[in-house]
Design a protein around this ligand. Structure first.
Ligand SMILES: [Zn+2]
Length: 225
């Protein structure tokens, strides 16, 4: 999201969605455009913001910021884990009646914004919660613990400059380092970094993940604390 002061003092916004493999970069205007550059915004100092998107899953919107925030797709998003007031109560309110596996429920952007598969899988490991348990079985204490680990894994991802498995680059074209910091995602059959047990891979809702059968045991009781 980019914010610009309009001529009458109003705040305008530009929202760019990268899709699966789009990249936003800042470059000089003189730099030749690479293939699949679909958008370029010239700035006063002759630099350009450019969107390169080979697969064209990305998109952009521009207009008054308040209107962008209130309309689709941003207006439909759930609360942000990194904003004030986020916690176990918010998670429980948004997901507490869901019968879906907790990992799948966490990926619903209209319930909670900003959690992709990697971060959901990592947060569940850090919280010691079995990823395939029905969301509605989580007790308040489990929601609270999970809210804490969600914030931790997202902040760690940001501090590491993002997770680059294939395509992700920041605006300077640099890859992230968070892939080296993943505890369980993509590590099925490897040893659990906490207890040494063999990590188990799973697929649910078409998305893969992994968990530790010892640190995240399948719950035997109705409520998961
Ligand atoms: Zn373990």
């Amino acid at each position: 999201m980019w914010e610009f002061a309009g001529p009458g003092g109003e705040t305008n916004g530009l929202v760019i969605h990268l899709g699966m493999s789009g990249r936003c970069g800042v470059t000089t205007a003189a730099q030749p455009k690479v293939t699949h550059t679909h958008f370029a915004l010239r700035m006063a100092d002759d630099r350009e913001v450019r969107l390169v998107d080979p697969r064209r899953f990305g998109g952009l919107r521009a207009g008054p910021l308040a209107k962008l925030m209130a309309s689709e797709p941003l207006g439909a998003l759930g609360p942000e884990p990194l904003e004030r007031g986020f916690g176990g109560a918010v998670l429980a309110e948004r997901l507490g009646s869901s019968r879906r596996p907790i990992r799948d429920a966490l990926l619903d952007q209209e319930a909670i914004a900003g959690l992709g598969n990697i971060y959901a899988v990592e947060a569940l490991f850090a919280a010691g919660i079995f990823p395939l348990v029905e969301a509605q079985r989580l007790h308040a204490s489990a929601w609270e613990r999970l809210a804490g680990t969600i914030v931790t894994v997202l902040q760690r991802g940001i501090d590491n400059g993002g997770t680059t498995l294939k395509d992700f680059r920041n605006v300077e074209g640099e890859v992230g380092r968070n892939q080296d910091d993943l505890r369980v995602y993509g590590r099925a059959d490897e040893a659990c970094p906490r207890c040494g047990a063999k990590l188990v891979g799973f697929v649910s809702g078409g998305r893969s993940g992994a968990y530790c059968p010892r640190c995240q045991p399948r719950p035997r009781t109705r409520q998961v604390r």
